[in-house]
Design a protein around this ligand. Sequence first.
Ligand code: GLA
Length: 385
Amino acid sequence: MTGARAPAGEFRDAFGRAPEVVARAPGRVEFIGNHTDYNGGTVLGGSIDRSVRVALALRTDGLRRFRSDRSDQFVELRAADGGKVSGGGSWVNYALGVLDSMRDFGVRAPGGFDFLATSDLPIGAGLSSSAAMELASGLAFLGATGQSLPRESLVGLCKQAENRFVGVPCGILDQAVSGFGRKDHLVLIDCRGPRFSTVPLPPGAHFWIFNTHTKHELVDGLYAARHRECMEAARALGVGLLADIGPAELARRMAASPVPHAERARHVVEEIARVDAAVAALKAGDLAATGPLLTASHRSSQSLFGNSTPELDFLVDALSAMPHVFGARLTGGGFGGAVMALTGPGFDAAMAEIPAGAFEKKFGARPDVLHLLTADGAEIVNRPM
Ligand code: GLA
């Protein structure tokens, strides 16, 4: 999609004038730390070289006109309108959620505007196009009105938009990685603070994404159900959040008396320990030691957390048997979506064809294959006027 690179020209075509601000926010891979964020744990993610761009210019008549490069339709609303949009225009809810949360973070929402979103980030692949839309919208709204926010607040605002307006009880991973990403680094989030830092990615690390285009039809409900199960397990264990208990103590308590949702709790608690081990391996520059932690994370999703699918398992099985692959796992919420492989530079498109072709033979549909690198986090790209 060329529009992701040149939204100013497309903006002119759509609205007949130049944008006042263009902002860009990347998607992310969840490197390791599956469903740990809302449990107060740690998680590692990488911002990727695929992003959403928002070009925007203010209007004085209170009209809000939205357009994206995926449709010729305008979504037109009034600044005074409240509530969510349904149907084909529902993608604007991410931007509306940001507008809805601005006052809570001490900034003013713009009234009317023309808004164009362009993207080269696949939707529904577990690469957080929604968080990228929120971050790019947030920066564009702030930039066009001459305001700014500390990065922590912008990330918190976008998370609130997703939780409160869109209605998904997600943790902070997606928004934080898009907001704090740095080329050649991973973002480490200690979700309790939350505290954000970066860990250098050893040279020669490559990401390959295999998007299965499968998505469980109840994915939002299943995510919310896992969230609830984790909270119930924590309550029964007498802790505020599952991150408050370590693997050894959890095993001891599980042996002493039954714990509800014990397998979910075990996944989360052991996954947090795997994140810590991955940080140590990365700091030592050891991709060969990092990879098996990723694959172990997937196995835990498969057998304990119940958020994998036969399609994702098939790809992980195929990839982990291949040369130059350090490890592979589902990335993101699960219940469909994509598998991420961490590879060395020797892995190439011809090799990626092997698991992709085998997948097509078995499931009758081709996965999309993407070779990704890390990129910097969300930013204002330019103010063309
Ligand atoms: C989705 C959510 C994140 C996180 C992951 C699972 O991507 O948006 O907050 O919970 O699932 O780790």
